[in-house]
Design a protein around this ligand. Structure first.
Ligand code: UDP
Length: 309
């Protein structure tokens, strides 16, 4: 297949592009580098099947030749980035999704939107299944991301219903692994960088809030299975193993052999108290389930971060 990936230089986009190339597909990557980095794709740039252009997907998109799939993965995805780039975050989810859908329609290609567990907001049920409508504050600091992704899903569904397009809606839960930025701001890279530098490990709030962390190779496997399926409805992809942030901080400290202190800092506004995917649908439709446990995934990620710190 010939596949366009937006956000190809980002954490997920680069892992996904590498995987698609390994499966024998050709990849056209685009990224505007506001949060992506060329170091994530340095190895791919040597591959003749990878064609990269620096471009902002919120502008009109023209790609010559055939395309079999358009995968829209461009977006800031860390809470500190939503605060720094609130308007680009809204634009890439809204205008960027519109442009990418338009291109997919023109090429009769399958469209995939990288949606998120943030569509569930600060959820009132746990675990979250795909039929749950969510609990989102539209005007809170996270609203720029949550609402952009909810709009992106609405637009994707409209193109599916009205234009009869093949669409894939992937709801990604917390994911971690090599190539996250050291200063990404999210819990896993923060904790690992702090532990390796011997700095205090900053747990926000009392650390009782929970997340469920998926190792990146498991996520990419789920994405590929969804792309190859015929499922037009949203599918949660994530690891249902739920832990508190305090437990996570302790695990990172132990696995990195760090003597850092664990310290407590204020909880950011609208920080979800719980998050855990119900992956029944992914299991049934995609025969997918995560394989890498937290301990193994953290060990691999810590080993990678050691080369960077
Ligand atoms: N968090 C933390 N310390 C940090 C960074 C994040 O305790 O240095 C907390 C954050 O408040 C949230 C959880 O870790 O409760 C996960 O945050 P992250 O930014 O990784 O992603 P989110 O799931 O909130 O989008």
């Amino acid at each position: 297949m010939r596949i366009l990936v937006t956000g190809a230089a980002g954490f997920l986009g680069s892992h996904l592009s590498r995987y698609l190339l390994k499966q024998g597909h050709s990849v056209i990557g685009i990224d505007n580098f506001i949060t992506g980095s060329v170091t994530n794709i340095e190895d791919l740039l040597k591959n003749p099947k990878f064609d990269f252009t620096k471009y902002d997907v919120t502008n009109y998109l023209h790609v010559p030749g055939k395309l079999d799939a358009v995968l829209h993965f461009a977006s800031p995805a860390s809470p500190i980035d939503y605060l720094k780039f609130p308007i680009p975050t809204l634009k890439v989810g809204a205008l960027g999704t519109h442009k990418a859908l338009g291109l997919a329609k023109e090429k009769k290609a399958t469209f995939m939107i990288a949606s998120t567990s943030e569509v569930y907001g600060d959820p009132l049920i746990n675990p979250q299944h795909e039929a749950y409508w969510g609990n989102v504050n539209p005007i809170g600091p996270r609203g720029v991301y949550d609402e952009a992704k909810r709009y992106a899903e609405a637009m994707t569904m409209a193109y599916h219903r009205y234009h009869k397009m093949q669409v894939r809606m992937l709801r990604i839960f917390n994911t971690y692994g090599p190539n996250m930025r050291l200063k990404d701001g999210r819990a896993v890279p923060n904790f690992i960088a702090q532990a390796l530098k011997g700095r205090p490990i900053t747990v926000y709030g009392d650390g009782s809030q929970t997340r469920s962390l998926c190792y990146v190779s498991d996520l990419v496997d789920g994405i590929y299975r969804l792309l190859m399926s015929k499922e037009n409805n949203p599918v949660n992809i994530g690891n249902p193993h739920e832990i508190s942030l305090l437990e996570l901080a302790k695990a990172v400290k132990r696995l990195s052999g760090s003597r850092s202190k664990i310290v407590f800092r204020p909880l950011p506004e609208d920080d979800p108290k719980v998050r855990r995917p119900d992956i029944t649908r992914a299991g049934k439709i995609l025969k997918w389930q995560p394989r890498i446990g937290l301990e193994e995934g953290l060990k691999r990620t810590i080993a990678h971060f050691k080369t960077r710190v």
